[in-house]
Write a protein that binds this ligand. Structure first.
Ligand SMILES: *Cc1c(COP(=O)(O)O)cnc(C)c1O
Length: 371
């Protein structure tokens, strides 16, 4: 018997998550230097220097198990969010919180409704637990189709995901759209509001989802230290929910899921408000620059509220850019084969991308840059 046949049927249906490619791997493969990675929505300024210093200091104690309760981080975050310490659950990235949620609530036969395209991990975790992922297409402007999401609810719906701003489109929705949706969502349906890009948001009417938790206990808001805080490699994210919901997730959580370096780094990153402010400012400028340059070159750019842009460039454009040392994210896996997702970089990285696009448009040779 083949090993494959021994695996659970719902696991056999899955394909592994396809991450953005590391710079070193691309440089080795193409024999080039100075490649830039604009593919994984990482902070182009790097981590906060305060976080780095805290990680160095914490490194001396890594022979100890971490604080399984994340006491320091929990206390600090609860105060700044205005919630109880029993309303936070921490994980090795928000990804782990997604898995905890699904492990806690989804059984074979249960359905989870999600917008699509959206974050690739939703169907992976749902299907991986034997649940059924119900994908509801985005609307014509690539935002959430709340009517469609409502229409997809059945008596088997356990969970609904919304992603605000949505990855990979960058589109966001406001407070009134969420309030209207919630008004028609059964109280016992779990609502997962993924706000991985919360700190980048620019729209003024962004929902105050943390307040919603008080009115609607079956709600979990997801945030992460991987994006604006620049700690993607440390793996730490969290969920904000009612004490009842968080208590259930705590039962399913492994005791030392957040490592001690991650907790120390996250605490320090929260204190570094300058780093967050500078990152936001750089991101805003990058969005303006890339949008105006790409639009001038004739490409359609989806308006974004995050730290990346979705651009319609035609199939295979990611490969053409890769040959010129610019790593972006292809979108064919999401049914958007004409689009690529570009993370906003530092000014010189954004300029490298624009220069590469200009050369491609002019039909220049990738080695010489001459047409
Ligand atoms: C990056 C991301 C996450 C989680 O990232 P972690 O690194 O696991 O914290 C969750 N949701 C969305 C939409 C993301 O883009």
């Amino acid at each position: 018997m083949k090993l494959e046949e021994l695996a659970n049927p719902h696991i056999r249906q899955l394909s592994p998550y396809a991450p953005g490619r590391p710079i070193e791997e691309v440089e080795r493969e193409l024999g080039i230097k100075g490649a830039v990675k604009l593919a994984s929505n990482e902070n182009p300024l790097g981590p906060s220097p305060l976080a780095l210093a805290a990680v160095h200091e914490a490194a001396a104690s890594i022979h100890r198990y971490p604080d399984g309760g994340c006491f320091a981080l929990r206390d600090r975050l609860a105060r700044s969010l205005g919630v109880g310490t029993d309303q936070l659950v921490f994980g090795a990235g928000a990804d782990e919180i997604l898995e905890l949620l699904v492990k806690t609530f989804i059984a074979p036969g249960d359905e989870a409704v999600m917008p699509w395209p959206s974050f690739a991990m939703y169907p992976i975790v749902v299907t991986g637990m034997g649940g059924t992922s119900i994908k509801v297409p985005l609307d014509a402007s690539l935002g959430h189709d709340f009517e469609g999401l409502k229409a997809a609810l059945t008596d088997r719906t356990k969970m609904v995901f919304v992603c605000n701003p949505n990855n990979p489109t960058g589109t966001s929705f406001g407070a009134s759209a969420l309030a209207d949706f919630v008004a028609e969502l059964p109280h016992e349906t779990l609502l997962v509001i993924d706000e991985a890009y919360f700190e980048y948001v620019r729209r003024e009417d962004f929902p105050e989802s943390v307040k919603l938790i008080r009115e609607r206990p079956a709600t979990l808001v997801l945030r992460t230290f991987s994006k604006i805080y620049g700690l993607a490699g440390l793996r730490v994210g969290y969920g904000i929910g009612s004490p009842e919901l968080v208590g259930l997730l705590e039962r399913a959580r492994h005791p030392f899921n957040v490592n001690s370096l991650a907790e120390a780094g996250a605490c320090a990153a929260l204190e570094d408000t300058d780093h967050v402010r500078d990152t936001r400012a750089l991101n805003g400028q990058g969005i303006e620059y890339l949008t105006s340059e790409l639009t001038a070159l004739g490409f359609e750019v989806v308006p974004t509220d995050a730290n990346f842009i979705l651009v319609k460039m035609g199939p295979g454009f990611d490969q053409t850019l890769l040959k010129r040392g610019v790593i972006v994210r292809p979108m064919q896996g999401f049914g958007l084969s004409d689009h690529i997702r570009i993370s906003i970089g530092r000014p010189e990285e954004n300029e490298k991308l624009i220069k590469a696009v200009q050369e491609i448009v002019q039909g220049a040779n990738p080695e010489t840059g001459v047409s």
